[in-house]
Each structure stands twice: as structure tokens, then as C-alpha cells.
Design a protein around this ligand. Structure first.
Ligand code: 7TS
Length: 413
């Protein structure tokens, strides 16, 4: 069996990066739950504090200089997010609360005007509940049907299933995770998009687990919609983004109605503001958007290619260390085609017990179904443990996890 050598160094100086995260100043903390949410660097915390201390006012309303500065901070945040994803126009970047809301926006707004009885929406068996439940609701509302791409034994999407669904000629949209939060699988989204577009179907990607970890270039990816959450990308909770193709966004009706999203309002009818405001009703979460922009700049300063390379090295080491433990079963593909979220079980020990014992050693992992209940059912699992690495994780963190897992073994021996 191939074993992974302990990496001497990775393409990122993770110990130096770790020092930029105040919460990680505690040397006993081994944070391996970034797939749930990442920690925040000083650059993000300071940008948000500076905004509240120096530039705070409501946006898009005042004619005084402070309100103009606040609006400029919001606009600059959108430009930073657009630069990060290489989106040609900021009108195509809608701020949402998170990935969940971005998917819901499309399922509701695009779905209500484009889905008819008998239409098919294709999802996969590895979707997070966020990319499942909104489509269930849309299907119930419109009479559309959900079909699923199954999995190969090594945790990849079965593209034959995709072709079979597309061959019906009734698929309007394929909505998939770019990277699975449970299996870690990185899906072949270029190939899937090509096949879907050839058959006239649109493609939406849930980028919650991809945007933080891989270079994502939306000017070449050719998808129709893309969603991400700032809080998994070193940014704050409470803000995310939806990218959409311009013609689609322009044709879609608003999602929420209220202030900021209108052009004119009468007693009985209204007209809508231009993009992106049409989809941003009410006072936005400006400080969070500013933090999102700062997080994008922070990640770009590390280089997303280096982030990916660092995670390949750490994940390979983590994966091989895990499979060498006799009772451990690891789910998902081999390290070369996966991200740094690695789910596993340890014999009969309940994942919550594993996580609690790891916590006694300062090791934070997630235990449960990770909002992928149907996937766990499919794999015959009630739950799993998940360790996930990010830019501040070091080879020592992996060693500390493995040491702590040995302790779990001795407790349950
Ligand atoms: N899609 C995927 C693939 C995710 O991993 C998550 C969050 C979401 C959507 C939803 O993101 P949100 O920001 O709208 O909540 N995933 C996880 C997780 O794996 N553990 O906690 C949250």
C-alpha cells in the first residue's frame, strides 16, 4: 500500500499564517473543522472594525460624505469578490446571507418563472441539504421532478447517470456541489457543464466547499450560477454571494421585496432597480461584505494555487495516516481527486464519542451527518467524523489528530 511521507514543508508557510489568526494563538488548539467554518485573520477583523469605527452609515441613501464612504466600502467589497472569482462585471455578484440563500434565490426566482410540470432538475447523491431542500420546495411548487446522479464505489459522480437524465430532453437545470463537504470529492464540473449545455440545460454550482480551497475562475468555468459563503473563506458569517449569467439575472423576478431593490413604487405595482440591487432588498450587511472583500484579498495574497497545493500535501498525509489505523474507515476518493475534508469512522465507536475524546486533546473535528443525511443513509451510516484542513493547518496538527485517535482506541479497547 502506498504510504505518504510526512511532508517537510508545504507550499504555504502555515505556521506564519496561523500567527495571523488571533483565535489560534492558543498552542493547544488544533482546529480541524474549517469545512464547517474557517477562522478569521487579523486582516479581516481589522477591516470590519475599521468600517464600523470610521465609515459606518447606511448605504445608498445619504448624500453626506460619511454615507458616501460607507457606500464606497460596500462597492469596493463587491469589486474584491468579483476580482477573486474573476467575474467580469460587479452587476453579476449578488450579496446574499450565505450559500443556502444564494441557492434559494435561484430555486425561487429562476424556478418560479422557468420550471413547469414534467421538467427535470438534476442533483446528485452527495448534495448538502442546502442544495437539496430548496429544489424539493421548487419541485413541489412547480410540478418539476428531481433526479439524482449516483456515486461510483470510490465516491465520484457517475457521469453515465448524468447522460441518462440529459437524454430525456427534459432537464432544465443541473445543480451540484463543486466539492463535496462529506466525501471531499472534487467534481469534474467543466465536463459536466459541457454535457449539460450541449443538451440545453443550465448549470448551478454550490461552491461552498470549493471557493475556499481551489482557484475558481468564473470567466472560464462557463456555469450559469455559482454560490459561496464568506464564513468558510476566512470571512465573516452572515454574507455570501451568488454569481449569475447576466441575461439570466436580468430576466429573473426579484426574490425579496422592499427598500433598495426598487426603481419606482406605486400603490399597486413597482419596477425594479438594476442589478445587483434588484436582488438585495433592505439594508445590507455592509460590515460583513467588507470582511468578505478583505477575506478575498487575504486568500489572493496567499495565492489560491498555493492554497490548493498546501492542502493536497496535508490531505495526502492525513489520508494515509488515517487508513493506517486498523479500525478506521475513510470515505470518498483518493487524495489526488479530493479536497481536505476527510470523513471517517472508527470501528463501532460513535462519532460523537470520537469527537468528544479528541476535544479533550484540543482537537476540533465535526461529528454527525454534516447536513448530508441522504448521503449517509446511502452509505449505510448514521454519522461520521470529519477532519478538514485549511491554510493555517500544519503537519503537526495532523500528527496531533492521529495521536488523539490512538487515545480513542485505547479508551475503547
Ligand atoms: N453547500 C455545501 C457543500 C456546504 O458544505 C455547506 C455548509 C453549505 C452548502 C451551506 O453553507 P451555508 O454557509 O449556507 O450554511 N457546510 C457545512 C458543513 O459541512 N458543516 O457545517 C456546515
Amino acid at each position: 500500500m502506498e504510504t505518504a511521507q510526512r511532508p517537510v514543508a508545504t507550499p504555504l508557510d502555515a505556521p506564519a499564517i496561523r500567527r495571523q489568526f488571533p483565535i489560534l494563538a492558543d498552542p493547544d488548539l488544533v482546529y480541524l473543522d474549517s469545512a464547517a467554518s474557517s477562522q478569521k485573520p487579523l486582516a479581516v477583523l481589522e477591516a470590519m472594525e475599521r468600517y464600523y469605527r470610521e465609515d459606518y452609515a447606511n448605504v445608498h441613501r445619504g448624500v453626506y460624505r460619511l454615507a458616501e464612504r460607507s457606500t464606497e466600502a460596500y462597492d469596493e467589497a463587491r469589486r474584491a469578490v468579483a476580482r477573486f472569482f474573476n467575474v467580469p462585471s460587479t452587476t453579476q455578484v449578488i450579496f446574499t446571507r450565505n450559500t443556502t440563500e444564494a441557492i434559494k434565490l435561484v430555486a425561487h426566482s429562476w424556478g418560479s418563472t422557468n420550471l413547469r410540470s414534467g421538467d427535470i432538475i438534476v442533483l446528485s447523491e452527495m448534495e448538502h441539504h442546502s442544495n437539496l431542500v430548496p429544489w424539493q420546495l421548487a419541485a413541489t411548487r412547480t410540478g418539476a421532478r428531481l433526479e439524482f446522479i449516483g456515486l461510483t464505489p470510490d465516491g465520484q459522480l457517475s457521469l453515465d447517470d448524468l447522460d441518462e437524465h440529459l437524454a430525456t430532453g427534459r432537464v432544465r437545470l443541473v445543480s451540484l456541489c463543486h466539492v463535496s463537504n462529506m466525501l471531499g470529492t472534487i467534481n469534474p464540473v467543466e465536463e459536466i457543464t459541457r454535457r449539460a449545455h450541449d443538451r440545453g440545460a443550465l448549470v448551478m454550482l454550490d461552491g461552498a466547499q470549493a471557493a475556499p480551497h481551489l482557484p475558481v475562475d468564473l470567466s472560464t468555468l462557463d456555469v450559469d450560477f455559482y454560490a459561496a459563503s464568506a464564513h468558510k473563506m476566512c470571512g465573516p458569517m452572515g454574507v455570501g454571494m451568488l454569481y449569475g449569467r447576466l441575461e439570466l439575472l436580468e430576466a429573473m423576478p426579484p426574490f425579496l421585496g422592499g427598500g433598495d431593490m426598487i426603481r419606482t413604487v406605486g400603490w399597486r405595482e413597482s419596477t425594479w432597480a438594476d442589478l445587483p440591487s434588484k436582488f438585495e432588498a433592505g439594508t445590507p450587511s455592509v460590515a460583513d461584505a467588507v470582511g468578505f472583500g478583505a477575506a478575498c484579498e487575504f486568500l489572493s495574497s496567499l495565492s489560491m494555487s498555493a492554497v490548493r497545493e498546501h492542502e493536497i500535501e496535508l490531505t495526502r498525509y492525513l489520508y494515509h495516516q488515517l487508513i493506517e489505523l486498523p479500525e478506521v474507515e475513510v470515505y470518498g476518493p483518493v487524495p489526488e481527486c479530493r479536497s481536505g475534508a476527510v470523513s471517517f469512522n472508527m470501528g463501532d465507536v460513535h462519532p460523537h464519542d470520537v469527537a468528544s475524546i479528541l476535544d479533550e486533546s484540543g482537537v476540533c473535528v465535526r461529528a454527525g451527518h454534516h447536513c448530508t443525511q441522504p448521503l449517509h443513509d446511502k452509505l449505510g451510516l448514521a454519522a461520521s467524523v470529519r477532519a478538514s484542513v485549511y491554510v493555517y493547518n500544519t503537519v503537526d496538527d495532523v500528527d496531533r489528530l492521529i495521536e488523539a485517535l490512538h487515545r480513542v482506541r485505547s479508551v475503547f479497547a
